[in-house]
Write a protein that binds this ligand. Structure first.
Ligand SMILES: Cc1ncc(COP(=O)(O)OP(=O)(O)O)c(N)n1
Ligand SMILES: Cc1ncsc1CCOP(=O)(O)O
Ligand SMILES: [Mg+2]
Length: 198
C-alpha cells in the first residue's frame, strides 16, 4: 500500500470530520493531555470516519487504545518506544511509524523495522519545544539514502510553499500541523496542500 504524500496531523476527531471530505487520505490523530475516555472516544470516531472516507488513520502515542479499537497504524517517538510493547503492536497487525532526529535514533529504529520513518524538524516548528532547531533539506536527502525503500516523512515547519522542495529533496510524504490548524481558512489550505502534493 502506498501512503499519500500529504499527511496532516490533528488534535481532535472534529478536525477529521471537517477535513476528510476534502480528500485527505492519510491523517494522524495526535491527542495530548486528555482523559482516557476522551482519547478512546476520539480514536473510535476517527477510525469510523477514516473507514468511511477510505483514508489511513495513524494514532499517535496511544498504541494500546489503537490496538483495542482495531486501528491499523500507530506513530511512536523515541520515548514512546521505550514504553511501548512492540510485540503486542505487531501481533495485533498494526503498522508502525517512528520519529527520528539524529543518527543514533535512526540506527535504533531501523533495527525494529518500522513501516515509515519520520525526520524532523526539517524547518523550525512552533508546535512544540524541541532540542533540534532544524534539520534542513540536505539532511532529508541523506535520510532518504539511509532508509532506502522505507517511506520517509518530513515534518516540522512545513507549508504549501515548502512542500515541493522537501519532496524533491527525498521525502516521500510531508506531514504538517500549524500551517493548516492556524490558517484562517483551514479548508482552503487543505485544498492547496492536496493540489501541491498530488
Ligand atoms: C509524522 C510524525 N512525525 C513525528 C512525530 C513526533 O512524535 P513524537 O516524537 O512522539 O512527539 P509527539 O508528537 O508525541 O509529541 C509525529 N507525531 N508524527
Ligand atoms: C510533532 C513534531 N515532530 C517533529 S516537528 C513536529 C511539529 C510539526 O508541527 P508544524 O507542522 O506545526 O511545525
Ligand atoms: Mg509521541
Amino acid at each position: 500500500m502506498t501512503l499519500d504524500r500529504f499527511y496532516p496531523i490533528f488534535d481532535h476527531s472534529d478536525w477529521l470530520r471537517r477535513m476528510l471530505p476534502l480528500g485527505v487520505r492519510l491523517v494522524q490523530l495526535r491527542i495530548k493531555d486528555q482523559s482516557q475516555k476522551a482519547v478512546d472516544e476520539q480514536i473510535a470516531a476517527s477510525r469510523d470516519l477514516c473507514r468511511r472516507h477510505g483514508a489511513v488513520l495513524v494514532v499517535n502515542d496511544h498504541w494500546q487504545s489503537a490496538i483495542d479499537a482495531g486501528c491499523d497504524w500507530v506513530h511512536l517517538g523515541q520515548e514512546d518506544l521505550d514504553e511501548a510493547d512492540l510485540k503486542a503492536i505487531r501481533k495485533a497487525g498494526l503498522k508502525l511509524g517512528v520519529s527520528t532526529h539524529d543518527d543514533d535514533e535512526l540506527e535504533r529504529v531501523l533495527c525494529i523495522a518500522p513501516d515509515y520513518v519520520a525526520l524532523g524538524p526539517v524547518y523550525p516548528t512552533i508546535l512544540k519545544k524541541m532540542k533540534w532547531h532544524q534539520q534542513g533539506l540536505p539532511r532529508v536527502t541523506e535520510w532518504k539514502r539511509r532508509v532506502g525503500e522505507l517511506p520517509l516523512v518530513g515534518i516540522g515547519g512545513m507549508s504549501v510553499e515548502r512542500a515541493p522542495g522537501v519532496l524533491e529533496a527525498g521525502a516521500d510524504i510531508v506531514s504538517v500541523v500549524t500551517d493548516i490548524t492556524l490558517n484562517p481558512d483551514p479548508e482552503a489550505r487543505v485544498r492547496e496542500w492536496i493540489e501541491v502534493t498530488r
